[in-house]
Design a protein around this ligand. Structure first.
Ligand code: DX5
Ligand code: ZN
Length: 217
């Protein structure tokens, strides 16, 4: 098993200085970036869309992990791939059968991710597991950074980790910080999204190091 990977979420960065934020987080040792796309329908908030993903693509060679919190991901997945996404995650709550879209994402050359909100039972995504390169377990209701970690995610992560049919990478998102990150990796998370915990720090380098140390402890 490889070391867990921290994915800073740019949702918590200073958008007025996007280029310097991306450079700073890259210099701090981030291995990939998590980009939160929100449509004001699936979640009660709007963030950014295609032009901003394209702009970030032009700024960095880091892998871009695009989290689509939108009602109609099938209409947009290819466009986010074209904009430079390396991984595209869609929500189970808006898809009757996520399998065709996951396969379409794979065929486009990106990793295909499937996410579920805290109230969504794990059973709902089990039939789609063979079509997932990653499963994104939400530990908050999506829409906003800075919320409190919901431990329901830990139970889902452990069950996925112990499921011999699950070969997907396991990602966790929401309220991941210095006090919750070790429990996430202990439960089996490979990929750890952190917004506020990273961009709220004065020294990104020190914060990335300490989160990585805790994740590997
Ligand atoms: C929540 C987003 C998260 C968010 C996490 O809707 O999916 O990726 O940026 O923010 P923190 O780490 O502050 O909970
Ligand atoms: Zn996210």
């Amino acid at each position: 098993q490889h070391a867990p990977v921290l994915l800073p979420s740019l949702l918590a960065c200073d958008f007025a200085n996007l280029a310097s934020e991306v450079k700073a987080i890259e210099a701090a040792g981030a291995h990939a970036l998590h980009l939160d796309v929100m449509d004001g329908h699936f979640v009660p908030n709007l963030s950014f869309g295609l032009p901003v993903v394209e702009a970030i693509r032009a700024l960095t060679d880091l892998p871009l992990d695009v989290h689509l919190m939108i009602d109609n991901p099938a209409e947009y997945a290819q466009r986010y791939r074209d904009a430079g996404a390396d991984c595209i995650t869609v929500h189970a709550e808006v898809l009757d059968d996520p399998r065709p879209l996951l396969e379409e994402i794979r065929a486009s050359g990106a990793l295909a991710g499937l996410s579920l909100n805290p109230p969504t039972p794990l059973e709902q995504i089990l039939p789609a597991l063979p079509h997932c390169d990653l499963v994104l377990v939400m530990s908050v209701m999506p829409g906003f950074g800075g919320q409190q970690f919901d431990p329901v995610a830990l139970e889902k992560l452990s069950r996925l980790r112990d499921d011999p049919d699950c070969r997907a990478l396991l990602e966790v998102d929401g309220g991941v910080n210095q006090s919750t990150i070790a429990r996430c990796t202990a439960a089996g998370a490979d990929l750890l999204v952190a917004g506020t915990a990273v961009f709220g720090a004065d020294d990104y380098c020190e914060r990335v190091d300490s989160l990585n140390r805790l994740a590997r402890s």
